[in-house]
Structures are given as C-alpha cells and as structure tokens.
Design a protein around this ligand. Structure first.
Ligand code: S3P
Length: 387
C-alpha cells in the first residue's frame, strides 16, 4: 500500500452522550418503537443504559448496525426499582432527573468509582424544583433513593458548567410536565437541547437562558441515526498528528460544535486537520468527516471557558502539548479530579513517567513539550496508558 493511501475509518463507536440520552428518554415517551442506527461497537456505559431501560419495560434488539427499542410495558410505579449504573455518571445523573420527574420510587447505585463521585450537583437543582431524595450511605454520593414527589415550575441558576446537570433538569421538567428556566453556566455540550428540538419540544435558547415549556407533545421519528463518537476519534486524530505515516479520514462522526472545541484547539496548535458537516436529516446532531495528517505542533493555552467543551479530551490533548515545542497551560481544570478517576493526577503521572516536564500549579496544568524524544513507541505507550 502506498503511503498516500489514507486510512479510512467509518465505524467509530456511537457517540455515548447522544445515545445515552435517547436510550434513557425512550421509556418516558409514548412511542412504541424506535430504530437507532449505529455504525460501530457499543461502549460499556451504553450497555449499562441498555440494561437499565430493560428494567424500565423496554425490549432491546441489538445488531451490528442498529438497536431496536420496543415497549413491553409502561413504567411501573407500584414498587421500588433498584438500578445499577455501574461506572456511568451520565446514566446515573440523567436517570435521577427522569425518575424524579416521573415520580418513580427507585434506588440508584453504581460501582466503587461512581459511588465516590459528586451527586449533590444534580440533586441540588432537582430539589429546587421539588424533587425528594435520600442518601443511603455517604452524603452527596450514590446510592440514592428517589422518593416520588410533585415538581413545581421554577427558575434555576447553574453554578457548574455541566451538560449532565443541565440535562437532568431538562429531563425532570419533561417527565414531570413542568416549565423550567435555566440560567447561569449553561454553556456546555448541548445534546439534550438538540434532542428536544429534534422531538419538536418547546425549548427556547438565548445567550443567557434555556426555557422549557411543557406545551408540546414530542414527535418521535421511526428511526434515528447515532453519529460516531468524536471523543473516541481524538485518540486516532492525535496519534496521526504526532506519528501518522498516512492521512487519516474519519467518516460518520458527530461534529456538533459543542464537541469540536478540541479540534479548534489542535488547529490553533498548527495541526493539519479539517472537518466538514454533511447532510443528516434523521439525526439531531451534525454529522461529518474529519481528516488529519502528521503535523509539527505548537504549544497552546486552553482557557477556562473552553474547558467544559473539551473536558473529556484534555488527557489526550496533554500528549499533543507534550509533543509541541514550548509551554502549554490548561487553565482551571480541577473538574478533571471528579471524573471516573482523578484525571488531573493521571495526566501528571503519565507525562512524568515518560520523562516530560509537567506541573500542577493551583488548578492549572503546565506542560513543557520538546519534540526531541517523542518517538513513535514512546507516543503509542503514552496513549495506551490513557486507554
Ligand atoms: C457528558 C458531559 C460531560 C462529560 C461526560 C459526558 C454528558 O460532563 O465529561 O463524559 O454526556 O452530558 P459534564 O457534565 O461535566 O459536562
């Protein structure tokens, strides 16, 4: 094969943010069936959601290219559900909103790592609209009991720029049939907003606020396309930029602009990288193609307002920074400490182990890269450490 032949990948795992939202929302819709088209393998968090919705009365038929969901029975409200979210914080946090809105008594729990992650960030706004909960072990953490209660319309000001927090409030308002106005830190990934618009729900977005009104019934299509996961793509793209012998072409990828921040950051680092949106009428999201080629990268400062939009890609962006020629700063990234593991420490340790100059200064990560020494094996090993 000539080195000019690009590597073409069109079967990335489906975007888990997009897929988890539609999976979890489906039991709360009146629709009997939906076909979700996928082009790659499912991740563990998606499998967790599939297990959970089966407990919520959904039959799941899986094939390589689709997930067919059909309703076996409506949501049962007469007994307490016990739902295992394993390692998925998105699943746990979105479910808390949906169950609270639909007045379903349930216990939500997870594995050891998930049980140590903060849940008060979602319970606080949910309590503000009338949700009732009980912490069963440690305050602020799973397991949590959802106690059925009446919700009331309210205004909420978010203090954390988190898509999960914003989404759980919107899901609770939808399931609880109340209106809600969300203000404050609403700039984060916007998959829930897009899903609401796709379903023709009444959600008004301005620069300052998000306003949901429960006056429209959702129109659910027979099928929906789930794009490939742009976060999974980050590993392939950055490996190509650093050591790729061939051009990389990714097809069928979600290129929602609340997720392309890391591509813009790489572009500003001089990456030879492009993406374009294609027609995607059966999908709430922008779907497109990304191409990348080996590049000489420059250092970068990632400012704190960009962080919520590229939080999951910061570990792999740290490799790009370590391979650039100068000092890069990731500003105010303490949110990384409350992910599946302490990812701030993770970045520090991986780069240190590979002899890179890295320091944690208050909530910032400072990486001083030098191109010399970043050989192919070295870079592959660093990426493997992150996977
Ligand atoms: C997610 C939002 C992000 C991200 C997580 C998935 C989502 O977290 O880190 O992996 O699907 O809403 P935040 O809630 O901190 O934005």
């Amino acid at each position: 094969m000539s080195t000019d032949t690009p590597i073409i990948i069109s079967d990335l795992p489906p975007d888990k943010s997009v897929l988890q939202r539609i999976l979890l929302l489906f039991p709360f819709l009146d629709e009997h069936e939906i076909i979700l088209e996928i082009s790659g393998p499912l991740g563990e968090d998606v499998k967790t959601c599939l297990n959970i919705i089966q407990q919520l009365g959904i039959h799941v038929l899986l094939s390589k290219s689709s997930i067919v969901l059909s309703k076996v029975h409506n949501l049962k409200k007469d007994s307490e559900l016990v739902l295992n979210c394993r390692n998925s914080a998105t699943c746990a946090r979105l479910l808390l909103g949906l169950l609270c809105g639909a007045k379903i008594r349930a216990i939500i729990y997870g594995d050891e790592s998930l049980s140590s992650r903060p849940m008060e960030r979602v319970l606080q706004p949910l309590k503000h609209i009338g949700g009732k909960f009980e912490y069963l072990e440690k305050h602020g953490c799973l397991p949590i009991r959802v106690i059925p209660s009446d919700l009331q319309s309210a205004e909420i000001t978010l203090s954390i720029p988190s898509a999960q927090v914003k989404s759980t409030v919107l899901f609770a308002a939808f399931a609880g049939n109340i209106s809600v106005s969300i203000q404050g830190k609403i700039q984060s990934r916007d998959h829930t907003e897009r899903l609401f618009w796709f379903l023709h729900l009444n959600l008004i977005h301005s620069m300052q606020s998000l306003e949901y009104l429960p006056d429209k019934k959702p129109k659910v299509p027979a099928k929906m396309i789930i794009p490939g996961d742009i976060s999974s793509a980050a590993f392939l793209i950055i490996t190509t930029l650093l050591i790729g012998k061939k051009k990389l072409l990714l097809d069928n990828v979600g290129v929602n602009n609340s997720r392309t921040t890391y591509l813009n950051i790489l572009k500003n680092m001089n990456a030879n990288l492009d993406w374009k949106i294609e027609e995607s009428k059966d999908c709430p999201e922008a779907i497109g193609k990304i191409s990348a080629q080996k590049s000489i990268l420059l250092p970068i400062t990632i400012s704190n307002d960009q962080i919520p939009m590229c939080i999951d890609e910061l570990p792999v962006l740290s490799l790009a920074a370590a391979a650039s020629n100068g000092e890069s700063i990731f500003e105010e990234v303490s949110e990384l400490r409350v992910k599946e593991s302490d990812r701030m420490q993770g970045i520090y340790e991986v780069l240190q182990n590979f002899g890179k100059k890295v320091s944690i200064e208050k909530d910032n990560i400072v990486i001083t890269g030098i191109i010399i020494g970043m050989n192919k094996r070295h870079c592959n090993l660093m990426i493997i450490e992150y996977l």
